[in-house]
Design a protein around this ligand. Structure first.
Ligand code: GDP
Ligand code: GDP
Length: 455
């Protein structure tokens, strides 16, 4: 398609780049202080992330995007949680198991200077059960003399220990080469074996919004088909629940039912669990407590689901408690605080009374339909042609950039590449997104639009 100044190769390249499906997920696990956060910083090539953490400070990100040797993937960092009331083994195991469950491959970090401890052995057992590919990182090997320490870690039975200095970067390149070998091209969780099975729902929201009540309500009134045993580790459990005549898989429901209430690190633990559930799901049902002000934590959860590119439904719970005044303020808050998901189907429910439970499934179906929509190239270009003719881009410096043509590079969520004759301003991009949404009903799905400019 050598169209209007773009050669075929350029177009192909742009489509390939924009069309990538969801990225595979790498989890970095290990005891506190072995250097996980330092290593994650190395891998993502930024200092932004982690190490400045003070104990007890909530970290709002647990997933980062990384690229090595031209391949992109996500990294889940489990370094943000201090040992707490559970005691060290249980804390490490609990955070590791969520991360492992959501991951396609794992980097297990051990402090080579200390050697393998009992806690390390406990993590090894988890890793064995999970059966995911593992790359063993022997960290804190800052020089040649530390290499011998690394070789002791063969005893863990996880294969070759890779001597690394996360702090100085020594050996990290070789280790990342191994990681790429271990990591599948696409995440198995979302697009592998599960294709064709029941659709996967993550029920997410901050503590006390009513997740467990809602789950009990839907599972109680309808039939719980099976309680799947945890496939790998003891905690994350997926439940099959029949709703509206269709079987759905609610992922990681054990975490919801168990109601883990920890003192320290509870927020971090909750974020990790949310990130893991979102990774495993196709659609996120985000529960908001309508009786309380929409909080920063609510917004973070929304952002997590949007950034992960999942279909989204927003459910406002505890509707039974709302008076007229609260309803008025809620609508204002939704407008100002949740504009980023203004396109998501909305249901106002009460897990307590069962109000509007029947609206949940149609909303989920709408969101999934939007998420999977593919617009034929002909139709897209007819639409773009009319749009651009009726609403041209503003003239800048005597030139008028034009959208020349466009194509959809992928779905789940829909991704578009537009080819343009000059720089397209952010305002005009938003305008196009808005019109695309109106025209093709992308309700309940993030959409990605990238613009290529002819050189
Ligand atoms: P985490 O708790 O596993 O995330 O560990 P951190 O990344 O916070 O690191 C714990 C401590 O070990 C910090 O003081 C780091 O600077 C230090 N550290 C991390 N990696 C290395 C390394 O490769 N060599 C040395 N000497 N110290 C390291
Ligand atoms: P989770 O932490 O998100 O799982 O929240 P829970 O399901 O444990 O609910 C937290 C509290 O809110 C409990 O006391 C529930 O009884 C209450 N709750 C949940 N849903 C509703 C609702 O729709 N209406 C009212 N009035 N209370 C609710």
């Amino acid at each position: 398609a050598a169209e209007e100044g773009f050669d075929a190769e350029e177009v192909e390249g742009a489509l390939e780049e924009a069309g990538h499906g969801p990225l595979p997920v790498l989890a970095v696990v290990g005891r506190p202080n072995v250097g996980k956060s330092t290593l994650v910083n190395r891998i993502i090539g930024r200092r932004e992330a982690v190490v400045e953490d003070k104990p007890g400070v909530t970290r709002d990100r647990v997933t980062y995007e990384a690229e090595w040797a031209g391949r992109r993937f996500k990294v889940v960092d489990t370094g943000g949680w201090e040992q707490d009331v559970l005691g060290i083994d249980a804390s490490v195991a609990a955070q590791a198991e969520y991360a492992i469950e959501a991951a396609d491959a794992v980097v297990f970090v051990v402090d080579a200077k200390v050697g393998a401890t009992d806690t390390d052995e406990a993590v090894v057992r988890l890793l064995r059960k999970a059966g995911k590919p593992v790359v063993l990182c022997a960290n804190k090997v800052d020089g040649q003399s530390g290499e011998a320490d690394a070789s002791y870690l063969w005893s863990l039975g996880l294969g070759e220990p890779h001597p690394v200095s996360a702090l100085h970067g020594r050996g990290t390149g070789d280790m990342l080469d191994r990681v790429l070998e271990a990591l599948p091209e696409a995440p198995a969780q979302t697009f592998g074996t599960a294709v064709g099975g029941p659709r996967r729902i993550a029920l997410i929201g901050r503590p006390n919004v009513g997740k467990s009540s809602l789950l009990n309500k839907v599972a109680g009134e309808e039939r719980v088909v099976v309680n799947e045993l945890a496939g790998t580790t003891r905690d994350p459990v997926d439940e099959l629940i029949e709703l509206g005549g269709v079987t759905w898989k609610f992922v990681d429901t054990a975490g919801i039912r168990k109601r883990v209430h920890l003192q320290q690190g509870a927020d971090y633990y909750a974020s990790l669990r949310t990130a893991a559930a979102v990774e495993k799901a196709e659609v996120a049902v985000i529960l908001i407590d309508a009786s309380e002000s929409i909080s920063v934590q609510d917004q973070r959860i929304v952002t997590m689901a949007v950034e992960a590119g999942r279909a989204i439904v927003v459910a406002y719970n505890k509707w039974d408690t709302l008076d007229e005044e609260r309803r008025y303020y809620l609508e204002r808050e939704i407008e100002t605080e949740l504009g980023q998901v203004a396109w998501a189907p909305r249901v106002n429910v009460s897990a307590q009374t069962g109000r509007h439970m029947e609206k949940l499934v149609p909303a989920i179906e709408t969101a999934l339909a939007g998420w999977e929509t593919r617009v034929p190239t002909g139709r897209l270009n007819a639409f773009l042609g009319e749009l651009v003719a009726a609403h041209p881009h503003p003239v800048r410096g005597g030139k008028q950039p034009r959208i020349l043509f466009g194509t959809q590079a992928g779905t789940k969520p829909p991704r578009f590449v537009l080819f343009a004759s000059g720089f397209i301003e952010a305002g005009y991009r938003r305008f196009i997104e808005r019109r695309l949404r109106e025209e093709f009903s992308f309700e309940g799905t993030p959409i990605h639009i990238s613009v290529r400019v002819r050189e």
